[in-house]
Design a protein around this ligand. Structure first.
Ligand SMILES: [Ca+2]
Ligand SMILES: [Ca+2]
Ligand SMILES: [Ca+2]
Length: 385
């Protein structure tokens, strides 16, 4: 796999305003997953991994494919692909596809999204199950933040929400969870008792499109909350609807007390998640860095293995991870050519990135013309600090 070959050296090239120092090590540590999303690192180094699932419609709730598992590299060979290295902790989490449920004209699998692990072993994760409908209070019955334990017990629902929640982050200093409601363009603060507060709402982006907040992280130095604004559709771009417009996506810094917002990184394309280390260096994931591809027909059969390759609305294998040094030095491309990455976690000098969004096994074409099937993977990036 060319994109996982790292080149150790001192070659520095400039591309599109970024320094591209190719001495970072990108390593695939898990493959064959079903839409890996949020990752939390346990104190002993094991990983807590959310898989949103296949998105395939099922009649029986017990057949739902979303899950949260513990990954342990038992044989110490550096990957989590060997026998018994993945232990499902929470299973049967709802999984759906936005193409069939909402007619999004893209292959987007929804369900459990992101996870945080507290020091006391409590787990909080975002869940998304729009097909369960809405309750009398206006919120969905099964969209919100759920709590579980490291022994796999469902503690219950902490909060319910009106629209899809994406990223979740935790600030231990204030015992506060932060999450973003992508459909309502809001950042929420939630206490561990489930009290919810709207911190801020995000305005439309440069061409009138919805902000669509996606990833969230807490700056450990200040308590500020960093949010990626992914960007919704551009409704009227030279008489056509554009899935997104390159350069309109950004990262904002929010003061969680006042709600004040400040643009920290602009000019991005489909920024989907952000992480920050103890020194304030920022790491941003772009879902795909090029122009949008053709939107997917709403009646496309996602599960027909004979179907022609279709990107699913977003160009494949064009995702990137960028580092923005705290001191304001030139940003660096840490990884490129990733296939629709969705989540990033920073832990102890290592970045964990989940890739391969879409219906697992569906054929797609990569930029070099080669045909691949969608596969969920996790890569690490090291040697960047
Ligand atoms: Ca292994
Ligand atoms: Ca192995
Ligand atoms: Ca994240």
């Amino acid at each position: 796999m060319w994109r996982f070959i790292s080149i150790i050296g001192v070659i520095i090239t400039f591309s599109a305003g970024f320094v591209d120092a190719q001495d970072f090590i990108v390593t695939r540590i898990a493959t064959g997953l079903q839409n890996p999303r949020g990752i939390a690192v346990m104190p002993d180094g094991r990983l807590l991994v959310v898989e949103t699932g296949t998105g395939m419609p099922v009649d029986d709730l017990a057949l739902h494919t979303g899950r949260i598992s513990i990954f342990m590299d038992d044989n110490n060979d550096g990957d989590y692909d060997d026998a018994d290295e993945r232990t499902p902790l929470i299973t049967q989490l709802p999984s759906y596809n936005g193409l069939t449920v909402f007619g999004t004209q893209s292959d987007e699998v929804g369900g459990a999204g992101d996870v945080v692990l507290l020091d006391d072993g409590r787990i909080f994760y975002t869940k998304d199950n729009p097909q369960q409908g809405y309750a009398a209070d206006g919120n969905a019955t099964d969209i919100g933040i759920a709590e579980a334990t490291l022994t796999g017990e469902h503690v219950g629902t902490l909060t319910r929400s009106f629209s899809t929640l994406n990223g979740i982050a935790y600030d231990a200093n204030t015992a506060t969870l932060y999450t973003v409601e992508s459909g309502l363009n809001r950042l929420l603060a939630v206490s561990l008792q489930g009290e919810e507060r709207i911190v801020t709402e995000f305005a439309t982006l440069a061409h009138g499109q919805q902000a669509v907040p996606s990833g969230v992280a807490v700056d450990p130095r200040t308590g500020d909350v960093l949010v990626t604004l992914f960007s919704g559709r551009v409704p009227d771009y030279f008489d056509t609807v554009l899935t997104f417009l390159p350069g309109d996506s950004k990262v904002v810094r929010v003061d969680p007390m006042t709600g004040e917002q400040q643009d920290v990184i602009t000019g991005l394309t489909t920024a989907v998640d952000v992480a920050v280390d103890e020194d304030g260096n920022l790491y941003v994931v772009e879902f795909t860095a090029g122009w949008p591809t053709a939107r997917m027909p709403s009646d496309f059969d996602l599960y027909d293995s004979e179907a022609l390759p279709d990107s699913g609305g977003y160009g494949r294998a064009g995702g990137r991870v960028l580092m923005y040094p705290a001191g304001g030095d030139t940003p660096v491309i840490l990884a490129s050519g990733l296939d629709l990455p969705t989540n990033i976690t920073y832990h102890d000098e290592v970045l964990y990135v989940s890739t391969g969004q879409g219906t697992p096994g569906r054929p797609v074409i990569w930029p070099d013309g080669s045909v691949h099937t969608i596969v969920g993977e996790i890569v690490t990036i090291t040697n960047f600090r």
